[in-house]
Write a protein that binds this ligand. Structure first.
Ligand code: UN1
Length: 485
């Protein structure tokens, strides 16, 4: 079966079988909407329940599977992803719109994640303690949780699902995965690799479709023990409510309005690069994007001028053209939302200093120029709401203290960055930024695969993802008391 093309059908993988029948949805290339990448089959509620039943059944055996089997399985998946990163990365860029370098880089990251968790299989440790009572031993062990429902967004179609799926499988859980409906080709590529690596029937299931059907079915199913979700705040709130009502374990990664603070003593070139990368690469479609650039007085004008200059050098174009630095917006809805925020920013009194318009790139696609607002203040909607596009605003601060206060004045708390050459300010910011991730002289976006990922306040809920911290969510603790005899 070819990986893509108008005749290609991306089916659902349920109970070890590919199911191709059902309502079809078109998978469209946002760089050129004449290009149909394929068609995905929208699963029904019944399909989703079948997937959960299969995962429930498979769990009984998989939770006792040997470490060597789990290690080899995950390593096999990681090896194949890495070996095919160029091909899969290209497919990803074609359906999602991030540049080829970004698509291939993301795919490699997914491969690394599987290799990392292949090793973590071997490292899960417990504890043995004495008892306060005479002659009793205590053992604390970690066990898998059960069936994990995995709901993922379109903006990282392979790395993000991988850091959930790999962790779930490593610790002995079984999986029902609902990818975003805009990216079924990448989901299909990952699922076929998982199948080929020797997936026992039911251990991993893929159900494409609408959140309102498949997502809701996963949330409502009592056999799902835990749900890990990345997406919008609104949907996150819905997931949280449903999980709480049925006592499911939950992990939510939602929005961000990440500040990048640029201080007077910053290295200008470093600060401009951090801002351009953090705000506009991946078309700004990252929950870690730097959408608030909080800049102190003395460097403000120089910084704005240099950033606008840098923005002029960024080529926005077809994701598959190696000359493009920034690809299109993912779809028509997102483009319209981004453009509506341009109007909102202007109406609220900010000055559109660069970009912000849709343009014709010589083919039908969702292209817009990265937008920079200046003279924004932190109470404006463009400074408070996540836009999820290549739109950033510059907010002027009198000094470091005011900049830090504004950085923290947000409902979100995912990532926060500072550009400075001062150890004093860097250290103070690291300690006082109210965020799960802090960066110094680096963009707020772009994370490693082996360390914890997650935020605070309205950005995240539940245990961290990634690295060994992932065990917190994907395992449950048992305390055993044994009479030593
Ligand atoms: C990154 O910045 O490299 O959805 C990763 C997102 C995040 C992942 C960001 N969960 O944008």
């Amino acid at each position: 079966m070819s990986l893509s093309g108008p005749e290609t059908i991306y089916g659902n993988f349920i109970d070890g079988e590919w199911i191709a029948g059902g309502e079809l949805a078109e998978d469209i290339n946002p760089s050129d909407t004449r290009d149909i990448v394929g068609r995905s089959v929208r699963a029904t509620r019944v399909d989703a329940d079948k997937a959960v039943a299969s995962a429930r059944h498979a769990f009984a055996k998989w939770c006792h599977s040997g470490l060597q089997q789990r290690h080899d399985f995950l390593k096999g998946i990681g090896d194949e992803i890495l070996a095919r990163k160029d091909e899969i990365g290209r497919l990803l860029s074609r359906e999602e719109g991030k540049t080829l370098a970004e698509g291939i880089g993301e795919t490699a990251r997914a491969g690394q994640v599987f290799l990392f968790f292949a090793q973590e299989v071997l490292r899960l440790a417990g504890e043995k303690l004495g008892s306060v009572r005479q002659g009793i031993d205590i053992e604390i062990t970690r066990e898998p949780v059960g069936v994990v429902g995995i709901i993922t967004p379109w903006n990282f179609p392979i790395a993000l699902p991988s850091w959930k799926i790999a962790a779930a499988l490593a610790y002995g859980n079984t999986v029902v995965w609902k990818p975003a409906d805009l990216v079924p080709a990448t989901a299909n590529a990952l699922a076929t690799i998982i199948e080929r690596a020797g997936c026992p029937r039911g251990v991993f299931n893929l159900v494409n479709g609408r959140g309102s059907v498949v997502g809701e079915a996963i949330l409502a199913n009592p056999d799902v023990a835990a749900v890990t979700f990345t997406g919008s705040v609104q949907t996150g709130a819905r997931v949280a409510g449903a999980c709480a009502a049925s006592f499911k374990k939950m992990q939510l990664e939602m929005g961000g309005k990440n500040p990048l603070v640029v201080l007077d003593d910053a290295d200008l070139a470093v600060a401009v690069e951090c801002a351009a990368n953090g705000a506009f690469f991946s078309t700004g479609q990252r929950c870690t994007a730097s959408s608030r650039l909080i800049v102190t007085d003395a460097i403000h004008d120089q910084f704005v001028a240099a950033l606008i200059e840098r923005m002029r050098s960024l080529v926005v174009g077809d994701a598959l053209d190696p000359a493009s630095h920034i690809g299109p917006v993912v779809d028509d809805n997102q483009l319209r939302q981004n453009l509506s925020y341009i109007d909102i920013g202007r109406a609220d009194g900010a000055r559109l200093a660069a970009g912000g318009e849709a343009f014709d790139a010589g083919r039908p696609g969702y292209y817009m120029r990265p937008a920079l607002f200046t003279e924004a203040d932190n109470s404006m909607r463009i400074a408070r709401e996540e836009i999820f596009g290549p739109v950033a605003c510059v907010i002027r601060a009198r000094n470091y203290e005011e900049a830090l206060a504004m950085a923290n004045d947000t409902i979100f708390g995912l990532s926060a960055g500072v550009c400075t050459t001062s150890l004093k300010y860097a250290s103070h910011f690291k300690r006082n930024a109210e965020a799960g991730i802090v960066t110094v002289n680096l963009p707020t976006a772009g994370i490693d695969f082996h360390v914890p990922f997650g935020g605070r306040k309205g950005s995240s809920y539940g245990p961290r993802e990634q690295g060994r911290y992932a065990a917190e969510f994907y395992t449950t603790v048992k305390t055993a008391y044994v009479l030593a005899g």
